[in-house]
Design a protein. Structure first.
Length: 412
């Protein structure tokens, strides 16, 4: 049985016509944006794998990678889904996520927060993500002259009378170096078996054919100093090639490499409300490779010493530097044995043998009563456990003395 295609896709899951009409006439449901369904992007004739929205995001990300855009705005960000793609680009420094729906942004802004992964794997370059509430028809000077502004499936949600205002704000005032716009291709809709004049989403005010979209692009380049290149996402079935791609897009590139003088710096206009702003963790570039290598040497010597103490009772270990070089975490630095010896000499925890080929390390027993590294526990009545650094003082009898094997003091 072929399902009845209803004009309003928000209520397409109604079991019968009476339920459909009842829900459609209810103003509490009709006007509630949370009841809207996703845009129609598949049918019995065509299905996309991966889903079309993922292909669309991936295509825009590829453009961002090619251009190495460092400052990017996502207009019509909605659930901040595209931001999740952008924040993983290590060259991006600033992301502005803009939408007019304050409630939706507030419910989704947590998606911008750095996760545990971001703290463990800090970025090499700074990244700020700012979630802004406002209309894309307005101008906010913080977004002026960005590397790229993306408007993914946004323009069709504007009233036709507002498209020219949007173009004026985007190309005339924001003047980004690049603009990426995508919008549904109306020519493709025949494969969705729509009713006459039905569109893919209840909130679409219009949908353009390929010719209409090209006319819009040409109008932009005629009025503003930009050029454009068209692209498509979502190829049609081989037997329906004439309808073109499911989603159509254009990359606009500003012709002027440098803008003329502007009063924006003197008179900034910040009309968007900042709902959330976060800076991502950045690695400390003052920590040199030698700093990280030194920590790795100490760690590996410590691990070897603990193992030898537990297995053989050795309280002092002599570790060959050549052996340390066999560990991938140390070998990756590609330094000489002499350089490792030099780093070890500079630490308080390790001693290098006179021949410069081995490192002497005092082991730590696996004892719950062992004091912290380098500190004594005056209130600890139990026999003290050995720790980093030897003591030359005589044992006062508070606990058993530690008789190091022959030659230990001379080596130290």
């Amino acid at each position: 049985m072929i399902p009845v295609i209803r004009q309003d896709p928000r209520f397409a899951d109604a079991e019968d016509e009476d339920e459909y009409q009842s829900r459609r006439s209810n103003p509490l449901i009709r006007d509630n944006r949370t009841c809207r369904l996703k845009e129609v992007e598949s049918s019995d004739l065509v299905k996309f794998e991966p889903p079309l929205y993922i292909q669309r995001y991936a295509r825009v990300v590829e453009h961002c990678k090619t251009g190495q855009y460092r400052t990017i705005a996502d207009f019509g960000t909605a659930e901040l889904t595209f931001v999740q793609y952008l924040k993983n680009l290590d060259f991006v420094n600033q992301i502005f996520a803009v939408d007019i729906d304050r409630n939706l942004l507030n419910s989704q802004k947590h998606r911008c927060r750095p996760q545990m992964f971001d703290h463990l794997n800090k970025r090499s370059e700074p990244l700020n993500i700012s979630v802004l509430c406002g209309s894309v028809l307005e101008f906010d000077s913080r977004l002026h002259d960005l590397d790229c502004i993306c408007a993914i499936e946004l323009i069709e949600h504007l009233q036709k009378d507002d498209v020219e205002k949007f173009s004026a704000a985007l190309f005339g005032r924001y003047q980004p170096k690049n603009v990426i716009i995508t919008t549904p291709n109306k020519d493709f809709n025949v494969l969705f078996e729509f009713e006459p004049d039905q569109m893919r989403h209840w909130d679409h005010k219009f949908e353009w054919t390929r010719e209409e979209f090209r006319t819009f692009c040409e109008g932009v380049t005629t009025k503003y100093d930009y050029k454009f290149d068209l692209f498509g996402v979502g190829d049609p079935p081989s037997e329906h090639q004439t309808v073109g791609p499911c989603s159509q897009g254009a990359v606009f590139t500003r012709q002027a490499s440098k803008l003329g003088s502007s009063s924006l710096e003197k008179f900034p206009t910040e009309v968007y409300e900042t709902l959330y702003s976060v800076d991502y963790p950045v690695e400390d570039k003052s920590l040199t490779p030698d700093y990280h290598l030194t920590n790795e040497i100490i760690y590996q010597c410590n691990q070897i010493g603990i193992a030898e103490y537990q297995e053989q009772g050795d309280e002092i270990s002599v570790i060959s530097i050549a052996h340390l070089q066999t560990f991938p975490s140390i070998d990756q630095y590609r330094v000489s044995d002499a350089h490792i010896a030099e780093l070890a000499r500079a630490t308080e925890h390790l001693r290098v043998m006179e021949d410069g080929l081995s490192i002497l390390v005092q082991n730590v027993p696996d004892s719950p009563s062992a004091p912290y590294w380098g500190f004594s526990d005056e209130k600890n009545d139990s026999p003290p456990a050995p720790y980093w650094g030897f003591s030359d003082e005589e044992n006062d009898g508070a606990g058993p003395s530690y008789n190091y094997h022959v030659g230990a003091e001379e080596l130290w």
